[in-house]
Design a protein around this ligand. Structure first.
Ligand code: SF4
Length: 292
C-alpha cells in the first residue's frame, strides 16, 4: 500500500496560524474549504474562520454512513461484495455513528427508520454504476497532505485504483448529480486530489470519477498533466486570494443558487444586512486548526 488510511473527518481542513502582533497566515487548506472560498468567501469565513457549528442534517448523516460502508465493503473478498453485505455494513456504521456524531438527529424511531429505508434504496443504486467484485482499490480513505509549491494542501480521498491507462480517482456522492452541462465544476475538488496524488507518487492520474448514488449517475473526466498544471495555477491564485481575505478580514458574500441550501443563510449579511465579511475580534484566535 502506498498510503495510510485514517478515519474520515466529516469536513475538510483549513489551518490558519497567527503569532502575537502579526497577521494570521494560511497554513494548510483542504479541497473542501478551497471550494467554499471559490463559491463564496463569506461561506468560507463562516466555516473556516468563525467555525460556526450548524446542526447535522440527514443528508450529512447519510453521506458519512454510506462512505464508511463503501470503504469497508472492500475489506471483504470480492465474491462477498453483494448488496446485502453493503446494507449490513451501512446498518453497522449507522449504529456506530448515531451515538457519536448524529445524536438527536431524529425526533422518533419512525423518522429514523424511514431515513434508513431511503438510504438503503439509494445505496442499492451503487451496484448499477459499478461492480465492486471487479475492482481492487489500491487504497481508500487516504489522508493526503502534500506541499505544492508554497501551499500545503490536505484532504481525504475516497478511493484510488489502477485503470487500463493509469490511476483512477473515485469519489462517492449520496446526493443527486448536477445536470451534465454543470458537471465540470463538480470535479474541482477531485482535480486537487489528482494534484496531491501526482505530488505523492510521481504518477499522473488518468481519470476522475464522480459516482452519484441518488440517480444513479456517473461522470468521468479524463485528465492530463497540462490540465493538472492549469489546476495548480488556479489553486495558487485561490490560495493568494484567501491570504488576502485573511489579511484584510474581507469575505464578501457571493449570492448564487447555493444560498438556497446554505446553512448560514440566516446570519449571512447578504440576506440579513449584517457586516459583510469583517472578521470578529474574537474569531481570530491564535494557532487555529479548524476542521470546518
Ligand atoms: S447564504 Fe449565500 S452568500 Fe451567504 S454565506 Fe451562504 S452561500 Fe454565501
Amino acid at each position: 500500500m502506498w498510503f495510510s488510511s485514517h478515519p474520515r473527518p466529516i469536513f475538510g481542513v483549513v489551518t490558519i496560524e497567527t503569532a502575537p502582533l502579526t497577521m494570521p497566515q494560511l497554513e494548510t487548506l483542504s479541497p473542501s474549504r478551497a471550494s467554499d472560498f471559490k463559491h463564496c468567501p463569506q461561506l468560507f469565513k463562516f466555516r473556516a474562520i468563525d467555525r460556526i457549528e450548524v446542526p447535522a442534517t440527514v443528508h450529512q448523516a447519510r453521506g458519512t454512513t454510506a462512505h464508511l460502508a463503501l470503504q469497508r465493503l472492500f475489506d471483504h473478498p470480492a465474491p462477498e461484495r453483494t448488496p446485502e453485505l453493503l446494507f449490513d455494513l451501512f446498518r453497522a456504521a449507522w449504529v456506530e455513528l448515531r451515538e457519536t456524531e448524529f445524536a438527536e438527529l431524529f425526533d422518533d424511531v419512525g423518522e429514523e427508520r424511514a431515513w434508513g429505508m431511503e438510504s438503503l434504496e439509494i445505496l442499492a443504486n451503487y451496484f448499477e454504476v459499478e461492480d465492486p467484485q471487479a475492482i481492487e482499490p489500491l487504497d481508500r480513505e487516504l489522508d493526503m497532505c502534500e506541499e505544492l509549491g508554497d501551499m500545503t494542501i490536505r484532504g481525504i480521498l475516497d478511493r484510488v485504483e489502477d485503470g487500463p491507462d493509469g490511476l483512477v480517482i473515485t469519489d462517492y456522492k449520496t446526493g443527486t448529480a448536477p445536470p451534465q452541462r454543470f458537471a465540470l465544476p463538480a470535479f474541482f475538488a477531485l482535480k486537487i486530489y489528482a494534484l496531491l496524488l501526482r505530488a505523492r507518487t510521481g504518477a499522473t492520474p488518468r481519470a476522475l470519477r464522480l459516482l452519484y448514488l441518488n440517480g444513479p449517475t456517473e461522470y468521468t473526466l479524463e485528465i492530463t498533466d497540462t490540465q493538472l498544471d492549469a489546476m495548480e495555477r488556479q489553486l495558487e491564485a485561490l490560495w493568494s486570494a484567501i491570504e488576502r481575505a485573511i489579511t484584510t478580514a474581507t469575505y464578501p458574500p457571493r449570492v448564487s443558487r447555493l444560498c438556497d441550501y446554505c446553512q448560514y443563510r440566516d446570519r449571512c449579511p447578504a440576506f440579513s444586512g449584517g457586516d459583510p465579511g469583517r472578521m470578529d475580534e474574537d474569531a481570530a484566535p491564535i494557532g487555529v486548526a479548524a476542521q470546518g
